[in-house]
Design a protein around this ligand. Structure first.
Ligand SMILES: [Zn+2]
Ligand SMILES: [Zn+2]
Length: 103
């Protein structure tokens, strides 16, 4: 089943950055400044079916062959969702998460 991902600019609920959608096929679902996401997807990326809508914090960075994967955990319900990091995600923020997970 294909998911329709709506690409719209949004204001980050955590740091207030205005987040522009990615060009092309990428689905931007987190803030490149602070890496926070919102719990809007329920069954898959971009489906926007969740009614939770709480902030999701980056709790882990996984390194994969194709790049980085950010693991987000929802402050509201604790659900964890893996998201591909975007090319322009703030490296400092990524490093901070990696250092946090190594403690
Ligand atoms: Zn942010
Ligand atoms: Zn949630």
């Amino acid at each position: 089943m294909p998911f329709i991902s709506r690409q719209e600019p949004f204001i980050c609920a955590h740091c207030g950055a205005s987040v522009q959608p990615l060009d092309g096929t990428g689905c931007r679902n987190h803030c490149p400044q602070c890496l926070r996401s919102l719990h809007v997807d329920r069954d898959g990326p971009g489906d926007r079916l969740s009614e939770c809508r709480k902030i999701m914090d980056p709790v882990m960075i996984d390194q994969q062959s194709g790049g980085f994967v950010i693991v987000h955990r929802c402050r509201g319900c604790g659900k964890e969702i893996r998201n591909k990091a975007a090319a322009d995600d703030e490296m400092d923020a990524m490093v901070a998460v990696i250092q946090e997970q190594q403690k």
